[in-house]
Design a protein around this ligand. Sequence first.
Ligand code: AMP
Length: 210
Amino acid sequence: MGPPGVGKGTQAAFLRDALGVPHVSTGDILRVSMQDGSALGKKVKSFVEGGRLVPDDLMGDLIAERLDRQDAAKGFVLDGFPRTMAQADTLDRVLARKGAPLDRAVILTAPEAEIVRRLSGRRTCPKCGSVFHLDSRPPQAPGVCDNCRSALVQRPDDTEQVIRERLRVYAAQTVPVAEAYRQRGLLLEVDGMGSVEQIGSRLRAGLGIA
Ligand code: AMP
């Protein structure tokens, strides 16, 4: 968990590699469905591009289907889900059915000015999902993905007006979810300031991963 642009996707990808479990990013799943022009993609486009949350019933179906896949049988790193109390309830129900309770919830934190700076410099690969930053993590060749050589793009929801809306939605809907996990003793809070490597080592130390 954490505000948009705090580094959830980057750190979740490191955890995927460290733990050998899939990285399930609801934002990535929605972006792929929009690119494919699937029925789901058509339904969610206006929400995603406006920085608003996709309705809970759609997200609940999406996550239940994803976590039922074979590759998630031994665990998964969720990124960007749950974002509302209703989604947290859905997640509890899906996991109870599997007999696999949530191990930890992690929240990455950073001040708003830093978030806006990071998001406006962010460039992503539409093909493999790799994330770069013009200042702090530039690709080896300008505008080209290091992994798969596709052309990098700026997400349409990374413009200043939409960033402000995403931050407002985060404070109103998602911060209460983190508080609920704190009360359940599940929340690990990690300072999201510093280099990608520094944040990664704080995160691994907090989770007790070597
Ligand atoms: P992200 O890549 O996690 O920043 O997500 C990008 C956008 O996808 C968000 O601003 C929402 O419009 C949508 N989205 C991603 N995850 C969720 C979720 N769990 N619930 C509702 N909308 C979501």
